[in-house]
Design a protein around this ligand. Structure first.
Ligand code: PLP
Length: 84
């Protein structure tokens, strides 16, 4: 699959992930996207476009030494506004 750039790639990836999760029976209100703290703002915009609940994008600590790779710290799942 080819896309026109990073923003469209993020949207496409989240669309596929959302649809797969919903097809597997996930509760839409409990969907979460883990994004590195240095991630592109299009992740937030894409999540909103796809109808994910407010707070669905959970920012996780990331290292900038190899792109935006998540560190080993556990994400703060429970702090997301839509608890689930
Ligand atoms: C991870 C990531 N997402 C999104 C973008 C935005 O890409 P574009 O300007 O092609 O939409 C970039 C650009 O570098 C990126 O690195």
């Amino acid at each position: 699959m080819f896309t026109s750039g990073g923003t469209q790639s993020n949207l496409q990836a989240l669309l596929l992930a959302r649809d797969e999760a919903l097809a597997a029976g996930a509760d839409p209100a409990r969907l979460r996207v883990l994004a590195g703290e240095c991630g592109h703002f299009s992740v937030q915009k894409s999540a909103a476009l796809l109808g994910l609940p407010a707070g669905a994008v959970v920012t996780v600590p990331a290292t900038r030494t190899s792109g935006c790779a998540p560190t080993r710290s556990r994400p703060n799942w429970t702090a997301a506004p839509a608890k689930g």
